[in-house]
Design a protein around this ligand. Structure first.
Ligand SMILES: Cc1cc2nc3c(=O)[nH]c(=O)nc-3n(C[C@H](O)[C@H](O)[C@H](O)COP(=O)(O)OP(=O)(O)OC[C@H]3O[C@@H](n4cnc5c(N)ncnc54)[C@H](O)[C@@H]3O)c2cc1C
Length: 511
């Protein structure tokens, strides 16, 4: 610790957003605090499909923006959509500059894949379906070779400290439980998603939204918390997390069938390549009737499956499924969080000195539903933008703080069943009310379940108040979208007040 620079920029998390921010800040001193080893326990490392970027001759950023707005189902922030899709070409070039090797076609041009709800082939990928692993390999290597970046690996950010409402530092805890205070007036949260709150998830199991807890407790505004994207085609099984069978497999022509061999997506607009929420709901409806659901890649890919999707092929084979000959069993799983810490297009949160980038942040790019492969793009573009903004911002010296009392060990097991039962693909008032009834005491008691319960409570309040079905949020009691829908933005104290108000009206169970 003594070797850390004074008042460094602190980046929490070492997925794509965190590493991009740290690298783009060089030679400014940065400390990367990350819970596991550098790049580990990140969704970035597991990404399969790739990064959306309008680079094809038949494509442009305006078409990419159009597809993003359509998937976002009326709730995207149009400025964010145009700014981020418009910055894709530069982001890809920056990643290549850091040593990422993207796949190219026979003529040496970037190979572009097709994914659901994209009107053009525009998914830039690396190492076939191991895009995330290749991107992080290069980014970790570049970061380790950058002398201005210091690392606190195997350390978790536990608490953000503010003085007079602005960032003053953070408390980190090592694996041995030893706690340290780092004075810092500039902190960037890049802590990723919250899929770990759900039993069925494709995210690293330990990521339940710690960045949301940090920001919420510091008083930051949170946006769109109700919008969780369920990936329709996780490899069905009992493991945690579930392996993912990328959309790109459907992009190559694989079909969804039930155990009667019926192609139940054939009558739905967009068919297998409809937006994720549509596909997830259709699969959930099949599963709810007791049927099983499969991906059939036998005709579309057959023996080519292993070459085109080597990682997915290995995952399937590990469960005894040969995609060239067998049907692949699939089910929906919590995959991506559209909501998070509300930021502007510089990545600034509502707390001075606190930025957020990547999945923990909510720029408004995704609206009610993320378009496939837009999240790595957002992480890369916003990492660059946060770095740019920090470089320009005047440096304030943080005023010293005493350590707050120690946090108790965090335990998410009590929260997961509540979240999985009530905040899944289909929600309703009675379930949301019941969940809030269980979660509020956990948040108030300050025990081991408090942190995951706090994230869950935020989802519950936002979901309860959204009396419509839109994008990733589906309510059986409000199956239609409302004509004039708006984004929701709240602080933690506002959400707690809302939860108490809902629970004080027992008739709200059916509201
Ligand atoms: C299986 C899978 C496949 C995907 N495929 C694609 C794809 O093809 N294309 C696409 O665009 N998106 C894809 N996504 C989504 C995309 O990977 C993520 O949205 C994106 O990588 C998020 O990047 P990030 O840097 O914000 O967070 P992450 O990559 O998740 O990194 C978060 C980091 O924060 C650390 N951390 C968390 N809490 C703390 C704490 N309290 N203290 C210290 N460190 C902490 C974590 O350990 C990790 O290092 C996929 C996601 C999954 C799970």
């Amino acid at each position: 610790m003594s070797s850390l620079p004074d008042n460094p920029v602190i980046v929490v998390g070492s997925g794509l957003a965190g590493l991009m921010t740290a690298l783009c800040l060089a030679p400014q001193p940065v400390v990367v605090v990350t819970r596991a080893g550098l790049g580990e326990e990140s969704s970035s490392q597991w990404a399969q499909g790739g990064i959306a970027a309008a680079l094809g001759e038949d494509d442009d950023a305006a078409l990419h923006a159009e597809d993003t707005l359509a998937a976002g189902d009326g709730l995207c922030d149009s400025d964010a959509v145009h700014a981020i899709t418009g910055a894709a070409r530069e982001a890809i070039a920056t990643l290549e500059g850091f040593g990422v090797v993207f796949d190219r076609d026979g003529q040496g041009r970037l190979a572009l894949g097709l994914e659901a709800a994209h009107g053009r082939r525009r998914i830039v990928h690396a190492a076939g379906d191991s895009s995330g692993a290749e991107i992080l390999r290069a980014m970790v290597r570049a970061a380790r070779a950058t002398p201005s970046i210091h690392f606190l690996e195997h350390h978790s950010a536990e608490r953000l400290l503010t003085t007079d409402g602005r960032m003053a530092g953070l408390v980190v805890a090592g694996q041995d439980g030893e706690r340290k205070f780092i004075a810092a007036s500039r902190v960037v949260l890049a802590t990723g998603g919250l899929g770990g709150l759900f039993q069925a998830t494709t995210n690293p199991a330990g990521n339940f939204g710690q960045g949301i807890v940090l920001a919420a407790r510091a008083g930051a505004k949170l946006a769109d918390m109700e919008f969780v994207q369920f990936h329709p085609t996780a490899l069905a099984g009992r493991t945690r997390p579930l392996a993912l069978v990328s959309e790109a497999v459907r992009g190559e022509g694989a079909l969804l069938v039930n155990d009667r061999g019926e192609r139940f997506m054939s009558t739905i607009a967009g068919q297998e390549l409809a937006p994720r929420d549509v596909v997830a709901r259709a699969i959930s409806a099949e599963l709810a009737t007791g049927r099983r659901v499969f991906l059939d890649a036998r005709q579309a890919l057959g023996e080519r499956f292993g070459a085109r999707f080597p990682a997915i092929h290995t995952l399937c084979r590990a469960t005894g499924v040969d995609p060239a000959r067998d049907l692949i069993p699939v089910s929906p799983a919590a995959h991506y969080h559209m909501g998070g810490v509300a930021t502007d297009l510089r990545g600034r949160s509502s707390v001075p000195g606190l930025w957020a980038a990547g999945e923990v942040a909510c720029t408004g790019l995704h609206g009610a539903n993320r378009l496939a492969s837009n999240s790595l793009l957002e992480a890369a573009v916003m990492g660059q933008r946060v770095a740019e903004d920090i470089r320009r911002a005047p440096v304030v010296m943080p005023s010293f703080h005493a350590l707050p009392s120690a946090e108790c060990a965090v335990e998410d097991e009590a929260v997961r069943p509540i979240v999985s039962r009530h905040f899944g693909v289909i929600r309703h008032a009675a379930g949301l009310y019941a969940a809030l009834e269980e979660l509020l005491p956990m948040v108030e008691e300050d025990g081991p379940a408090t942190q995951p319960a706090l994230v869950a409570l935020l989802i519950g309040v936002f979901a309860y108040q959204r009396r419509e079905s839109r994008g990733g949020h589906a309510r059986s009691d409000f199956p239609l979208p409302q004509p004039r829908s708006q984004r929701q933005i709240m602080t933690l104290s506002e959400a707690l007040a809302a939860a108490r108000a809902i629970l004080s009206h027992p008739e709200a169970r059916s509201a």
